[in-house]
Ligand binder design. Structure first.
Ligand code: ATP
Length: 255
């Protein structure tokens, strides 16, 4: 009797899979050249690279806003969250109204929207600020609202484009810890762009270093420190050593 052939297993671990990506803009600018990048479930991947090396372009490809000229860009994550350097809040809407926005666009019923927004506002530590308008919030609080807005979608993959770049050091460190807590609790995967090597090492399970334009991956580092991550890890020689190695690769790739 013929035996049924089992279908090939689907690799549900990989949420984003870029192979040999090239991107040439219509004006001839070669932004990316042969970029291989994957983000698996459970991973938090940071990209560091010199200005103009194509980091934001990679996120634009991940979100479907840009298409590669060649190579393959597979994104199997169904629900994707976005946080950019600018919190992009609607100034006339309250915190609650801003956080409900995505659920509203997805036509979720009012009661579900309210409940999801309240839970997300709680997750980012803004309970009590629901009725505030964006102009009444600090920069760090606005970023929390931006995070909460995407959390209502229960994202499988979160894309971050230098979300904390404009914040002061203390606020940035606090938000790094909040983000790590959310990563552990909410179990989304992350693709995070930053100019800060220590931020990349502190947050990530993997750090990818890109060269200057055209952007290519010059080195990948696995970050061995366990999750949940101890904030004091930043003051250890092992942490300093890894930051040094990533910084060195960044300098080498920039020549
Ligand atoms: N629409 C476009 N047309 C032509 N060139 C572009 C376009 N968009 C971006 N570029 C160029 O492509 C390169 C990559 O841009 P991108 O914004 O991805 O870099 P980046 O690494 O995110 O930079 P930064 O760190 O400064 O934010 C840059 O040199 C940029 O000037």
């Amino acid at each position: 009797m013929p035996t049924a052939t089992a279908p090939p297993p689907i690799d549900v671990r990989t949420l984003l899979d870029f192979r040999g990506l090239e991107l040439v803009f219509p004006n001839g600018t070669v932004a990316l050249s042969g970029v291989d990048l994957t983000v698996d479930r459970g991973e938090f991947v940071s990209i560091v690279g010199p200005s103009g090396c194509g980091k934001s372009t990679l996120l634009r490809i991940a979100s479907g806003l840009e298409s590669a000229s060649s190579g393959t860009a597979d994104v199997s994550a169904k629900r994707i969250g976005y946080v950019f350097q600018d919190a992009t809040l609607l100034p006339w809407r309250t915190v609650q109204g801003n956080v409900e926005l995505l659920a509203e666009l997805h036509k979720a019923p009012a009661a579900e929207r309210t409940a999801k927004a309240a839970a997300a506002i709680g997750l980012v530590g803004l309970t009590g600020f629901e009725k505030h308008l964006p102009k009444q919030l600090s920069g760090g609080m606005k970023m929390r609202v931006s995070l909460a807005r995407s959390l209502t979608l229960d994202p499988e993959l979160f894309l971050f484009d230098e979300p904390f770049g404009a914040l002061d050091e203390i606020t940035r460190e606090r938000l790094n810890d909040e983000l790590l807590r959310l990563f552990v609790e909410q179990r989304f995967a992350g693709l995070f762009i930053t100019h800060s090597v220590s931020e990349a090492v502190y947050l990530s399970t993997k750090v990818v270093v890109m060269s200057g334009r055209p952007g290519a991956v010059v080195k990948r580092f696995d970050v061995p420190f366990p999750m949940p991550r101890d904030p004091d890890i930043r003051f250890t020689p092992e942490f300093a050593e890894l930051v040094g190695e990533v910084s060195h690769a960044l300098r080498e790739g920039h020549r």
